[in-house]
Design a protein around this ligand. Structure first.
Ligand code: NAD
Length: 309
């Protein structure tokens, strides 16, 4: 992608900030809309090269004004983090549902080509028990966050039918990398290991996740924006299953930490998030773009630790 005017909502967040950097590198104009709920993760030299607006995505009038002249909208603004979502289910859903309404209506009125939406692998809920999940499988969203994401996918599909808007939903599988904060497991383990505190694993540690490196996720997000037709859903997954127990050991070893690894019961409110097994297939992404996330966990963690120094 080159010479486009691209709006990124949530562009000051973890994934958004990496996406913004890459869009700039490729020669695009970037407009970021973010309330800075988690602070500003955009480096200061990047701030100088973009148009930044501290604005809430649910504010339709502002979205209409700020998206004028844009070619593409990446809609990444969201409330996330298991504990935050579990404590604020209504706010989470309102940000998702009202945010999408305002983004979509602004896109329709301003004649914007396409919307690239950050959905989640959380939509699969507890279904990934036998094998890796693909986009065809019946989903099982159980949390306010996952239900709102699924609602937005359906909404985007209907917008294509009714208004001709082209869009893509990206189902991200545990993205990690530099600038992620400790709402997520990898930065939390790194923080614990650095402080010499125990790495706290919920449950048996045998639950699996599919950890996808942030630059891979950004690459996929940009490739998929090249040719958006109709409405399509894509998994953005590394396709490798890792247990949380193995992850703790790997981080401890890479950091030469003497921290213990302890296993504790997950708080009750986390029940619907504590899925036994989850890993994804990126075959559909590969078929469309010829690319799928390929950074091994060890390689990604090493890069992350190096950049965090
Ligand atoms: N990180 C992951 O592993 C992961 C996995 C699945 C899906 N996702 C999705 O990817 C997107 C980016 O996630 P992230 O990890 O970068 O999270 P993040 O919390 O770092 O970034 C989200 C950004 O959205 C902003 N925001 C929140 N509410 C807003 C509002 N009402 N108006 C404007 N801005 C608002 C926040 O200030 C923040 O900067 C989100 O939509 C998230 O649901 C992330």
């Amino acid at each position: 992608m080159k010479d486009k005017r691209v709006v990124v909502t949530g562009g000051a967040g973890f994934i958004g900030s990496h996406l913004v950097q890459e869009l700039l590198r490729l020669g695009n104009e970037v407009v970021v809309i973010d309330t800075l709920l988690r602070g500003n993760k955009l480096p200061s030299e990047v701030m100088k090269q973009i148009e930044f607006h501290k604005t809430d995505v649910t504010n339709f009038e502002e979205m209409l004004r700020l998206t004028k002249g844009a070619d593409i909208i990446y809609h990444f603004a969201a409330i996330l983090g298991v504990d935050i979502v579990a404590d604020n289910p209504i706010e989470t859903m309102e940000t998702e549902v009202n945010g999408m309404q305002s983004v979509a209506n602004a896109a329709i009125e301003n004649g914007i080509e396409s919307i690239i939406y950050a959905s989640t692998s959380g939509i699969y809920g507890h279904v990934a028990m036998e094998s890796s999940v693909n986009e065809e499988i019946l989903v099982d969203p159980r949390t306010s966050y996952a239900m709102a994401k699924r609602y937005n996918e359906i909404y985007l599909a209907s917008l294509h039918e009714e208004k001709g808007i082209d869009s893509v939903a990206l189902r991200f599988f545990n993205i990690y990398g530099v600038r992620q904060d400790n709402r997520m497991v990898i930065p939390r383990f790194i923080e614990q290991a650095a402080a010499g505190r125990p790495l706290t694993v919920y449950g048996t540690g045998k639950q699996t996740r599919d950890f996808t490196y942030v630059s891979d996720a950004v690459k996929a997000s940009i490739l998929l924006a090249e040719d958006v037709k109709g409405f399509e859903i894509y998994n953005i997954a590394n396709e490798r299953e890792k247990t949380i127990g193995e992850l703790a050991v790997e981080i401890k070893e890479l950091m030469n930490s003497s921290s213990e690894i302890t296993f504790i019961d997950a708080p009750k409110k986390r029940y619907d998030y504590e899925v036994g097994r989850r890993y994804g297939s990126s075959e559909k992404l590969f078929a469309q773009t010829g690319y799928k996330p390929d950074t091994e966990l060890k390689e990604g963690l090493t890069a992350l630790l190096e950049m965090s120094k």
